[in-house]
Write a new protein. Structure first.
Length: 182
């Protein structure tokens, strides 16, 4: 697998020396590193505010952040930084974990335990579905489904897994029978 080899010592002392392309490249590489290297070791999902160095402090993973992480993986493959097969393997691992995690009318909670998949309450009285965070996750998954559109078995499996999660989302349940709630 190809990964970013950018080191802090590679950066110019003065950020103003960056042209637009160089700045974009560095931001993208560092973003990819955050989501790839900082991912939870069991689930592959994005940790919430996790450093990419040092021992992980806990098993907290963020559903919305994981959607952003999926997008970063796509960028890494497109830019030639990661091998397509490695990216597919990571994404399928994430999907397998999500398929076995609790959902609330098809929606995920804000946080999960990255080791067990158990819901971690966002607040004391909020331990259920989080529509905003689930939407960020689904956006990343939809992009992955469309990006990995090849004929390979692994790509077809990824698309099937994404479609299965999306099909279980009960959007209408959250509108309470299409009542105007505002």
């Amino acid at each position: 697998m190809t990964t970013s080899t950018l080191q802090v010592s590679d950066l110019p002392a003065n950020v103003r020396e960056f042209d637009d392309e160089a700045l974009l490249d560095i931001v993208q590489r560092q973003t990819v590193r955050y989501f790839w290297e900082g991912a939870h070791p069991v689930s592959g999902l994005a940790r919430d505010r996790q450093k990419t160095t040092g021992a992980p402090a806990n098993d907290l993973v963020a559903i919305g952040g994981s959607g952003f992480g999926i997008m970063a993986i796509i960028v890494a493959v497109e830019r030639g930084w990661f091998d397509r097969t490695a990216a597919l393997s990571r994404l399928q691992g994430m999907l397998d974990f999500l398929e076995n995690s609790p959902r609330y009318h098809g929606m995920f909670p804000h946080f999960l335990n990255g080791r067990t998949g158990a819901t971690i309450p966002f607040r004391r009285k909020n331990d259920g579905a989080d529509l905003v965070e689930t939407t960020f996750l689904f956006q990343g998954l939809i992009c992955a489904r469309e990006y990995f559109a090849g004929m390979a078995t692994e790509e077809a499996r990824l698309r099937d897994s994404v479609n299965a999660l999306l099909s279980q989302a009960e959007w209408n349940w959250f509108t309470r029978g299409d009542r105007r709630l505002m």
